[in-house]
Design a protein around this ligand. Sequence first.
Ligand code: PLP
Length: 395
Amino acid sequence: MAIASKVQTFIEGASWIRRMFEEGERLRAVHGADKVYDFTLGNPNIEPPARFDQEFRKLAENPIPGMHRYMSNAGYEETRAAVAGLLSETAGIAVPSSCVVMTCGASGALNVVLKTILNPGEEVIILTPHFVEYKFYIDNHGGVPREVWTDQETFQLQFPAIEAAINHKTRAIIINTPNNPTGVIYPAESLQKLGELISRKERELDRHIYVISDEPYGRIAYEGKSVPNIFKYVDNSVIVTSHSKDLALPGERIGYLAANPNMTHCELFIEGAIFCNRTLGFVNAPALLQRLVAKLQHESVDIEDYQSKRDLLYTHLTSLGFKMVKPDGAFYLFPKSPLADDVAFVKVAQKHHLLLVPGAGFGAPGYFRIAYCVDRAMIERSFDAWKALAVELGL
Ligand code: PLP
């Protein structure tokens, strides 16, 4: 075999992504792009905030000597300090810049953290439905994913199930809030309970268990809600995030990891993370983007634009009989599939030119995901297709 058999298996397991992409291309070629309603990708369709362009122009007009050189693997001190400043505000504790490592997106940060903490065979709990790549990232670093369902009606944490999954091999749990694909935010009380559970288990098992809070949608929260800072509730916690969604810069690969300063052996953890950022081949986060995001820590894209799209689709779909949790953030809806077989449902939807992702892609058969980070006009054009789909399925 020309490539590793494990990679071959993973490619085959994830082939639905490619198949959906190909089907979308085929439908667009046959019917025209405006007759195809593509809700598959979490790729923001909006532009970064105006201040991004202003800062970008300023930097281009007044280049700083040496600005394209290598730097410390952790990133520029100016950027780490800006991130730490914001985290200190939201956590209510002083977070020093030394706790922050700039990374190539949240994906880079997740890989760095997992590489830093995992011994071969150690388990990482992931909460279903979960971001499709978690299993691959855990595998990258010799770990074993252990899936635990959230509540199937509310998608909130189920503590008895999490507790039952923790054992002498558990090294970490990944939480993702606001969540992809469900859009739920875990409230402060849940994070408090999680913190209590993890510290009790750490004492019982005499091992260090990390809570990794994956928060690329952290600023995309609706109706005045916000994502509580995990540092307040869990000492052994790490935030991994990026500016892919909050500043609409996914192609620029800029993010960071931040360790709770109250973490046991925080300095050693950061030393490990800096080493892994280097040796995983990222070396450092992109220099230009670090300079820019240092100035933009209090900026974000227009959250109301996403909220109004959520409302538009939520109202239309629930009126047609689709059942779903109303999300508090991110830019996804995760309704129940009207057919028990979500892959079969997605195929029926394709007949109406609606492109959706089956819940199975998130470890959650029986649901489907709608990404509404798309043009409002496309959402409105899709309404008749949703109606015809609901009629065909007898909703
Ligand atoms: N985590 C979640 C839950 C995501 O949805 C994504 C991207 O969609 C990522 C991590 C990766 O983000 P980034 O593009 O910053 O690497």
